[in-house]
Design a binder for this molecule. Structure first.
Ligand code: P6P
Length: 335
Protein backbone atom coordinates (compact mmCIF):
# COMPACT_ATOMS: atom_id res chain seq x y z
CA UNK A 1 0.00 0.00 0.00
CA UNK A 2 1.45 3.36 -0.97
CA UNK A 3 1.94 5.34 2.24
CA UNK A 4 -0.41 8.27 2.43
CA UNK A 5 1.01 10.43 -0.34
CA UNK A 6 -0.70 12.43 -3.03
CA UNK A 7 -1.06 11.55 -6.68
CA UNK A 8 0.09 14.10 -9.26
CA UNK A 9 -3.48 15.13 -9.96
CA UNK A 10 -4.32 15.63 -6.27
CA UNK A 11 -1.08 17.60 -5.79
CA UNK A 12 -1.93 20.10 -8.52
CA UNK A 13 -5.41 20.70 -7.21
CA UNK A 14 -4.50 20.77 -3.49
CA UNK A 15 -1.40 22.90 -3.82
CA UNK A 16 -2.72 25.33 -6.37
CA UNK A 17 0.89 25.30 -7.65
CA UNK A 18 -0.56 26.33 -10.91
CA UNK A 19 0.34 30.01 -11.17
CA UNK A 20 0.08 31.57 -13.74
CA UNK A 21 -2.12 28.82 -15.10
CA UNK A 22 -5.58 28.26 -13.78
CA UNK A 23 -5.65 24.93 -11.97
CA UNK A 24 -7.69 23.55 -14.82
CA UNK A 25 -5.20 24.70 -17.45
CA UNK A 26 -2.19 23.29 -15.62
CA UNK A 27 -4.02 20.08 -14.80
CA UNK A 28 -4.92 19.71 -18.45
CA UNK A 29 -1.36 20.42 -19.61
CA UNK A 30 0.34 18.18 -17.05
CA UNK A 31 -2.25 15.47 -17.64
CA UNK A 32 -1.41 15.57 -21.34
CA UNK A 33 2.28 15.17 -20.53
CA UNK A 34 1.50 12.47 -17.97
CA UNK A 35 -0.56 10.47 -20.49
CA UNK A 36 2.14 10.66 -23.16
CA UNK A 37 4.77 9.76 -20.56
CA UNK A 38 2.92 6.56 -19.67
CA UNK A 39 2.54 5.59 -23.34
CA UNK A 40 6.21 6.28 -24.09
CA UNK A 41 7.28 4.52 -20.89
CA UNK A 42 5.42 1.40 -22.00
CA UNK A 43 7.22 1.39 -25.37
CA UNK A 44 10.64 2.16 -23.85
CA UNK A 45 10.21 -0.69 -21.37
CA UNK A 46 9.48 -3.23 -24.08
CA UNK A 47 11.90 -1.83 -26.68
CA UNK A 48 14.23 -4.79 -26.21
CA UNK A 49 11.46 -7.23 -26.99
CA UNK A 50 10.12 -5.95 -30.25
CA UNK A 51 11.73 -4.85 -33.40
CA UNK A 52 11.42 -1.20 -32.52
CA UNK A 53 15.14 -0.80 -31.89
CA UNK A 54 17.68 0.45 -34.26
CA UNK A 55 17.88 3.49 -36.40
CA UNK A 56 14.67 4.53 -38.12
CA UNK A 57 16.83 5.09 -41.15
CA UNK A 58 15.92 8.76 -41.35
CA UNK A 59 18.01 11.54 -39.86
CA UNK A 60 16.49 14.38 -37.81
CA UNK A 61 17.13 18.11 -38.21
CA UNK A 62 20.29 17.60 -36.16
CA UNK A 63 21.65 15.16 -38.73
CA UNK A 64 21.39 12.38 -36.13
CA UNK A 65 20.00 8.96 -37.02
CA UNK A 66 16.48 8.80 -35.60
CA UNK A 67 15.86 5.83 -33.39
CA UNK A 68 12.33 4.59 -34.00
CA UNK A 69 11.39 5.48 -30.41
CA UNK A 70 12.39 9.10 -31.05
CA UNK A 71 9.73 9.27 -33.74
CA UNK A 72 7.19 7.41 -31.62
CA UNK A 73 7.73 9.66 -28.58
CA UNK A 74 7.54 12.80 -30.71
CA UNK A 75 4.20 11.72 -32.17
CA UNK A 76 2.73 10.76 -28.77
CA UNK A 77 3.61 14.03 -27.03
CA UNK A 78 2.32 16.12 -29.93
CA UNK A 79 -0.93 14.10 -30.03
CA UNK A 80 -1.40 14.34 -26.24
CA UNK A 81 -0.85 18.11 -26.21
CA UNK A 82 -2.97 18.67 -29.32
CA UNK A 83 -5.93 17.19 -27.48
CA UNK A 84 -5.72 19.82 -24.72
CA UNK A 85 -7.42 23.16 -25.22
CA UNK A 86 -4.40 25.01 -23.92
CA UNK A 87 -1.49 24.58 -26.39
CA UNK A 88 -1.35 26.44 -29.72
CA UNK A 89 2.07 25.29 -30.95
CA UNK A 90 4.94 22.88 -30.31
CA UNK A 91 8.65 22.99 -31.17
CA UNK A 92 10.50 19.68 -31.02
CA UNK A 93 14.02 18.39 -31.51
CA UNK A 94 12.49 16.00 -34.04
CA UNK A 95 10.75 18.72 -36.09
CA UNK A 96 12.65 21.13 -38.36
CA UNK A 97 10.07 23.89 -37.81
CA UNK A 98 7.52 24.50 -35.08
CA UNK A 99 4.20 22.65 -35.34
CA UNK A 100 1.04 24.77 -35.23
CA UNK A 101 -1.81 22.95 -33.49
CA UNK A 102 -4.56 24.53 -35.47
CA UNK A 103 -6.57 21.49 -36.39
CA UNK A 104 -9.29 24.06 -36.10
CA UNK A 105 -8.69 27.76 -35.65
CA UNK A 106 -9.95 27.52 -32.05
CA UNK A 107 -6.40 26.42 -31.28
CA UNK A 108 -5.23 29.95 -31.97
CA UNK A 109 -7.15 30.94 -28.83
CA UNK A 110 -4.85 28.72 -26.78
CA UNK A 111 -2.39 30.59 -24.58
CA UNK A 112 0.70 28.37 -24.34
CA UNK A 113 3.49 26.94 -26.49
CA UNK A 114 5.50 23.84 -25.58
CA UNK A 115 9.10 23.04 -26.57
CA UNK A 116 10.18 19.44 -26.20
CA UNK A 117 12.99 16.96 -26.57
CA UNK A 118 10.76 13.88 -26.85
CA UNK A 119 13.42 11.29 -26.13
CA UNK A 120 16.77 12.65 -25.00
CA UNK A 121 19.65 10.19 -24.87
CA UNK A 122 17.94 7.84 -27.31
CA UNK A 123 21.25 6.35 -28.41
CA UNK A 124 21.19 4.63 -24.99
CA UNK A 125 17.97 2.72 -25.75
CA UNK A 126 19.70 -0.21 -27.47
CA UNK A 127 21.93 -0.72 -24.42
CA UNK A 128 19.14 -0.45 -21.84
CA UNK A 129 20.34 2.79 -20.23
CA UNK A 130 17.91 5.44 -18.90
CA UNK A 131 16.53 8.01 -21.31
CA UNK A 132 14.26 11.00 -20.80
CA UNK A 133 11.79 13.55 -22.13
CA UNK A 134 12.40 17.27 -21.52
CA UNK A 135 9.66 19.92 -21.80
CA UNK A 136 9.49 23.72 -21.57
CA UNK A 137 6.33 25.85 -21.49
CA UNK A 138 5.81 29.56 -22.30
CA UNK A 139 2.82 31.84 -22.57
CA UNK A 140 2.53 32.88 -26.26
CA UNK A 141 3.56 36.44 -27.21
CA UNK A 142 1.47 36.75 -30.39
CA UNK A 143 -2.12 37.88 -29.75
CA UNK A 144 -4.80 35.26 -29.13
CA UNK A 145 -6.58 34.34 -32.33
CA UNK A 146 -3.62 35.23 -34.56
CA UNK A 147 -1.38 32.54 -36.08
CA UNK A 148 1.44 31.27 -33.88
CA UNK A 149 4.75 32.91 -34.74
CA UNK A 150 8.43 31.98 -34.33
CA UNK A 151 8.79 34.71 -31.66
CA UNK A 152 6.40 32.72 -29.45
CA UNK A 153 9.15 30.09 -29.21
CA UNK A 154 12.27 32.30 -29.19
CA UNK A 155 11.77 33.57 -25.64
CA UNK A 156 14.54 33.71 -22.98
CA UNK A 157 14.42 30.83 -20.51
CA UNK A 158 13.65 33.18 -17.61
CA UNK A 159 10.18 33.65 -19.15
CA UNK A 160 9.24 29.97 -18.92
CA UNK A 161 6.04 29.41 -16.93
CA UNK A 162 6.80 25.73 -16.37
CA UNK A 163 9.44 23.13 -17.25
CA UNK A 164 10.25 19.57 -16.38
CA UNK A 165 11.49 16.18 -17.43
CA UNK A 166 10.42 12.56 -17.41
CA UNK A 167 13.11 9.98 -16.66
CA UNK A 168 12.51 6.44 -17.92
CA UNK A 169 14.89 4.70 -15.54
CA UNK A 170 14.75 2.01 -12.87
CA UNK A 171 11.49 3.79 -12.15
CA UNK A 172 9.65 6.36 -14.23
CA UNK A 173 9.42 9.86 -12.77
CA UNK A 174 8.00 13.24 -13.71
CA UNK A 175 9.99 16.13 -12.20
CA UNK A 176 8.65 19.63 -12.88
CA UNK A 177 8.28 23.19 -11.63
CA UNK A 178 5.79 25.97 -12.27
CA UNK A 179 8.05 28.51 -10.56
CA UNK A 180 7.41 27.56 -6.96
CA UNK A 181 10.02 24.88 -6.32
CA UNK A 182 10.59 21.43 -7.83
CA UNK A 183 8.59 18.28 -7.12
CA UNK A 184 9.13 14.70 -8.29
CA UNK A 185 6.44 12.11 -8.91
CA UNK A 186 7.10 8.39 -9.36
CA UNK A 187 4.91 6.12 -11.47
CA UNK A 188 3.32 3.12 -9.78
CA UNK A 189 3.10 0.94 -12.91
CA UNK A 190 0.66 -1.43 -11.21
CA UNK A 191 -2.06 1.22 -11.23
CA UNK A 192 -0.71 3.80 -13.67
CA UNK A 193 -0.66 6.71 -11.19
CA UNK A 194 2.22 9.09 -10.43
CA UNK A 195 2.76 9.67 -6.69
CA UNK A 196 4.54 12.57 -4.98
CA UNK A 197 7.79 10.79 -4.04
CA UNK A 198 10.28 13.71 -4.03
CA UNK A 199 8.66 16.86 -2.58
CA UNK A 200 10.55 20.17 -2.76
CA UNK A 201 13.72 18.84 -4.44
CA UNK A 202 16.89 20.85 -3.77
CA UNK A 203 20.32 20.89 -5.44
CA UNK A 204 23.02 20.60 -2.72
CA UNK A 205 25.14 23.79 -2.86
CA UNK A 206 28.27 21.62 -3.14
CA UNK A 207 28.83 18.18 -4.59
CA UNK A 208 31.52 15.66 -5.40
CA UNK A 209 30.44 14.38 -8.82
CA UNK A 210 31.43 15.84 -12.18
CA UNK A 211 29.76 14.69 -15.39
CA UNK A 212 31.48 15.35 -18.73
CA UNK A 213 32.54 13.34 -21.79
CA UNK A 214 36.28 13.28 -21.05
CA UNK A 215 36.89 11.72 -24.44
CA UNK A 216 36.67 15.27 -25.79
CA UNK A 217 39.10 16.67 -23.18
CA UNK A 218 41.84 17.66 -25.64
CA UNK A 219 39.32 19.84 -27.53
CA UNK A 220 37.99 21.72 -24.46
CA UNK A 221 38.82 25.39 -23.69
CA UNK A 222 41.68 25.80 -21.20
CA UNK A 223 39.42 26.97 -18.37
CA UNK A 224 37.36 23.76 -18.61
CA UNK A 225 40.52 21.64 -18.75
CA UNK A 226 41.83 23.42 -15.62
CA UNK A 227 38.53 22.84 -13.80
CA UNK A 228 38.56 19.10 -14.67
CA UNK A 229 42.13 18.89 -13.30
CA UNK A 230 40.86 20.68 -10.15
CA UNK A 231 38.13 18.01 -9.79
CA UNK A 232 40.76 15.25 -10.11
CA UNK A 233 43.33 16.76 -7.71
CA UNK A 234 43.88 15.01 -4.36
CA UNK A 235 43.04 17.86 -1.99
CA UNK A 236 40.31 18.33 0.65
CA UNK A 237 37.20 16.40 -0.44
CA UNK A 238 38.69 15.82 -3.90
CA UNK A 239 39.20 13.98 -6.18
CA UNK A 240 35.52 14.07 -7.11
CA UNK A 241 33.85 11.06 -8.74
CA UNK A 242 33.45 11.10 -12.51
CA UNK A 243 29.97 9.91 -13.51
CA UNK A 244 28.74 10.31 -17.12
CA UNK A 245 25.80 8.29 -18.41
CA UNK A 246 25.46 10.02 -21.79
CA UNK A 247 21.87 10.90 -20.95
CA UNK A 248 21.40 14.50 -19.78
CA UNK A 249 18.23 13.79 -17.81
CA UNK A 250 19.84 10.89 -15.93
CA UNK A 251 23.08 12.74 -15.14
CA UNK A 252 21.13 15.85 -14.09
CA UNK A 253 18.71 13.88 -11.90
CA UNK A 254 21.49 12.05 -10.05
CA UNK A 255 23.45 15.27 -9.56
CA UNK A 256 20.38 17.09 -8.22
CA UNK A 257 19.87 14.39 -5.60
CA UNK A 258 23.53 13.82 -4.67
CA UNK A 259 25.21 17.11 -5.62
CA UNK A 260 27.33 17.55 -8.73
CA UNK A 261 27.98 19.40 -11.98
CA UNK A 262 27.08 18.45 -15.54
CA UNK A 263 29.22 19.92 -18.32
CA UNK A 264 28.80 19.98 -22.08
CA UNK A 265 31.43 22.56 -23.10
CA UNK A 266 32.06 24.25 -26.41
CA UNK A 267 35.15 22.81 -28.07
CA UNK A 268 37.25 22.84 -31.23
CA UNK A 269 34.92 20.16 -32.65
CA UNK A 270 31.66 21.78 -31.46
CA UNK A 271 31.95 25.56 -31.37
CA UNK A 272 28.71 26.03 -29.42
CA UNK A 273 28.71 22.69 -27.64
CA UNK A 274 26.06 20.06 -28.44
CA UNK A 275 23.02 20.74 -26.27
CA UNK A 276 20.10 22.79 -27.61
CA UNK A 277 19.19 25.95 -25.77
CA UNK A 278 15.42 25.90 -26.18
CA UNK A 279 14.37 22.35 -25.32
CA UNK A 280 17.31 20.99 -23.32
CA UNK A 281 19.31 23.75 -21.59
CA UNK A 282 16.52 26.22 -20.74
CA UNK A 283 14.15 23.69 -19.10
CA UNK A 284 16.97 22.00 -17.18
CA UNK A 285 18.34 25.41 -16.14
CA UNK A 286 14.87 26.44 -14.94
CA UNK A 287 14.58 23.28 -12.82
CA UNK A 288 18.14 23.74 -11.52
CA UNK A 289 17.52 27.34 -10.39
CA UNK A 290 14.14 26.45 -8.87
CA UNK A 291 16.00 23.80 -6.85
CA UNK A 292 18.71 26.27 -5.73
CA UNK A 293 21.28 25.24 -8.35
CA UNK A 294 22.94 27.24 -11.13
CA UNK A 295 23.14 26.97 -14.93
CA UNK A 296 25.64 28.86 -17.10
CA UNK A 297 27.15 28.87 -20.57
CA UNK A 298 30.48 29.38 -18.80
CA UNK A 299 30.10 33.13 -18.47
CA UNK A 300 26.39 34.04 -18.45
CA UNK A 301 23.18 32.72 -16.92
CA UNK A 302 21.51 30.29 -19.36
CA UNK A 303 18.05 31.70 -18.62
CA UNK A 304 19.11 35.21 -19.72
CA UNK A 305 20.19 34.14 -23.23
CA UNK A 306 17.98 35.63 -25.96
CA UNK A 307 17.38 32.81 -28.47
CA UNK A 308 17.92 33.48 -32.19
CA UNK A 309 16.90 30.14 -33.72
CA UNK A 310 14.88 27.05 -32.73
CA UNK A 311 17.74 24.54 -32.71
CA UNK A 312 20.62 26.70 -31.54
CA UNK A 313 23.22 25.10 -29.30
CA UNK A 314 25.01 26.60 -26.29
CA UNK A 315 27.78 25.43 -23.95
CA UNK A 316 26.06 24.09 -20.82
CA UNK A 317 27.33 23.88 -17.22
CA UNK A 318 24.67 23.06 -14.66
CA UNK A 319 24.35 21.78 -11.11
CA UNK A 320 25.43 22.60 -7.56
CA UNK A 321 25.81 26.35 -7.25
CA UNK A 322 29.34 26.43 -5.81
CA UNK A 323 30.64 23.94 -8.38
CA UNK A 324 29.33 25.99 -11.31
CA UNK A 325 30.77 29.15 -9.72
CA UNK A 326 34.21 27.49 -9.44
CA UNK A 327 34.02 26.39 -13.08
CA UNK A 328 33.17 29.97 -14.14
CA UNK A 329 36.15 31.26 -12.14
CA UNK A 330 38.50 28.95 -14.07
CA UNK A 331 36.99 29.99 -17.42
CA UNK A 332 37.29 33.70 -16.55
CA UNK A 333 40.86 33.32 -15.27
CA UNK A 334 41.99 31.34 -18.32
CA UNK A 335 40.44 33.72 -20.86
P1 P6P B 1 28.09 12.81 -26.08
C1 P6P B 1 22.13 12.84 -25.77
O1 P6P B 1 22.33 12.79 -27.18
C2 P6P B 1 22.64 14.20 -25.31
O2 P6P B 1 21.91 15.21 -25.93
C3 P6P B 1 22.55 14.29 -23.79
O3 P6P B 1 21.47 13.60 -23.26
C4 P6P B 1 23.86 13.69 -23.34
O4 P6P B 1 24.31 14.19 -22.08
C5 P6P B 1 24.82 14.09 -24.46
O5 P6P B 1 24.02 14.30 -25.63
C6 P6P B 1 25.83 13.02 -24.75
O6 P6P B 1 26.66 13.51 -25.79
O7 P6P B 1 28.70 13.67 -27.17
O8 P6P B 1 28.88 12.88 -24.80
O9 P6P B 1 27.78 11.40 -26.50
Amino acid sequence: MIKNTRTLGEFIIKNQLAFPFSTGELSSLINGIRLAAKVVNHEVNKAGLVDILGAYGETNIQGEKQQKLDVFANEKFIQALDNREIVCGIASEEEEDFVILNSDDKKNQNKYVVLIDPLDGSSNIDVNVSVGTIFSIYRRISPLGSPVQLKDFLQPGKDQVAAGYIIYGTSTMIVYSTGDGVNGFTLNPAIGSFYLSHPNMKFPEDGSIYSVNEGNYVHFPNGVKQYIKYCQKEEGNRPYSSRYIGSLVSDFHRNMIKGGIYMYPNSEIANDGKLRLLYECNPMAYIAEQAGGKASDGQSRILDIKPTELHQRVPFFCGSKNMVKKLEEYITTCQ
